[in-house]
Design a protein around this ligand. Structure first.
Ligand code: MG
Length: 399
């Protein structure tokens, strides 16, 4: 049995998106478009051999972005454009599938990303003995028929009532023929393929599914779908390196602490080499340039500026991305001054700016054994690393 899937993603879905926004099948949940989740469910199913997607021509770019994940590449055939109704879109998708001569096709809504492997398998199994089979959920609520005035007219017996979902699987030749006949006969009013199959006299078996496979229709559905996937974080690191040379003076600023010394560091700001390296490390975690991008050295307003301001700005940028600083680590390279006596004060100063505890702030120092410019006491070098946690959900996710 050559088994294919047809994913219907051409709808405009205005209820869950809105003006200027992409249709709901391209909204992000868990950091990925809804459609990507849906396609993955079929791509990873061992019995599905090819996947045809039907898209709206306006969504070409969004579609291209939704299918970049490698696990989708093997089974996806080039997408085709849909028609003005869902029914027309399915027919166009079926016609495109003709060239690969499938024996059965599973037609599925792009906006049902939580379809599970077991339901797909059960629909396929049912098709071994029936020309049609659909996922459906038994009706659990008591059903009321209403009067025009909004009163209960009667209670509907819910035994044997099901809510149709997708996938809806059919013998390929039979459903293609039914679609072509419906189109020729001017019938464009079928809301799902099972209704069209019913009209065409194709027997359709019900496969029990659950509410988990429900369709994302509204903004609330989207929010629920995102929360179902749970918080999705990713960890990022950034590094920084800086050097400042000594000049005449009586103190240096290192990691936010003023230390008496027989020289000072030269620079436009307070020349705090440790905080400069750390600022770059934080900016590095979000790909946001470096300290010079944000505070150009040629700009006189940064002259004599406390470098804690630069660090606070970088921390703010990370926070604007929804990021949380996990830890930072700085190594100072110099012969003097000695760093050890000031370590706790440095941790406290950085803790104050970043809002993380001193146990998350590494301050280390090393000499370079008298070698190089630091060994010759011409200046101080600093390296830093920062680790942050960023949400992979919502604006900016996975960018
Ligand atoms: Mg610097």
């Amino acid at each position: 049995m050559k088994i294919t899937a047809l994913i219907v993603a051409a709808g405009r879905g205005s209820r869950a998106s809105g003006p200027g926004l992409l249709p709901k099948q391209y909204a992000l949940i868990g950091g990925e478009p809804v459609l990507t989740h849906t396609l993955r469910a079929f791509a990873l199913h061992p019995e599905i051999q090819a996947i045809q997607t039907v898209i709206h021509p306006d969504d070409r770019d969004a579609y291209a972005a939704a299918v970049t994940v490698p696990e989708l590449r093997l089974k996806l055939v080039p997408a085709v454009h849909g028609g003005s109704t869902r029914q027309a879109s399915v027919r166009l998708g079926l016609e495109a599938l003709k060239v690969i001569e499938p024996s059965v096709v599973l037609i599925h809504d792009a906006a049902r990303p939580f379809v599970d492997t077991a339901v797909i398998s059960q629909v396929i199994d049912a098709l071994r003995s029936a020309p049609g089979a659909i996922a459906a959920a038994p009706v659990a609520d008591t059903l009321k028929r209403a009067t025009d005035a909004g009163f209960v007219a009667s209670t509907v017996e819910r035994a044997n009532l099901w809510r149709a979902q997708t996938p809806q699987g059919f013998v390929f030749a039979a459903i293609l023929d039914a679609h072509l006949r419906a189109a020729q006969g001017g019938r464009a009013d079928f809301t799902d393929d099972a209704a069209l199959a019913e009209w065409a006299g194709i027997a359709v078996k019900l496969v029990e599914s659950s509410d988990r496979n429900s369709k994302i229709t509204t903004q609330d559905d989207l929010a629920m779908a995102a929360s179902r996937l749970g918080p999705d974080y990713e960890t990022r690191t950034g590094t920084g390196f800086d050097v400042h040379k000594f000049t005449d003076g009586d103190h240096v600023w290192l990691c936010g602490v003023k230390i008496p010394h027989d020289k000072m560091l030269d620079g436009h700001s307070d020349a705090d080499v440790g905080l400069h390296a750390l600022t770059d490390a934080l900016l590095g975690t979000i790909g946001d340039g470096d300290i010079g991008t944000h505070f150009p050295p040629a700009d006189p307003q940064w002259r004599g500026m406390a470098s804690s301001k630069f660090l606070a700005h970088a921390a703010q940028r990370v926070a604007e991305h929804g990021g949380k600083i996990i830890n930072v680590d700085i190594t100072l390279l110099c012969e003097a001054p000695r760093v050890g006596p000031h370590r706790e004060a440095m941790q406290a100063a950085i803790s104050q700016v970043l809002g993380i505890g001193p146990g998350r702030i590494g301050i280390k120092a090393t000499t370079t054994e008298g070698l190089g410019f630091t060994g010759r006491r011409e200046g101080i070098a600093a390296m830093a690393q920062a680790t942050v946690q960023l949400p992979a959900i919502g604006p900016g996710a996975r960018k």
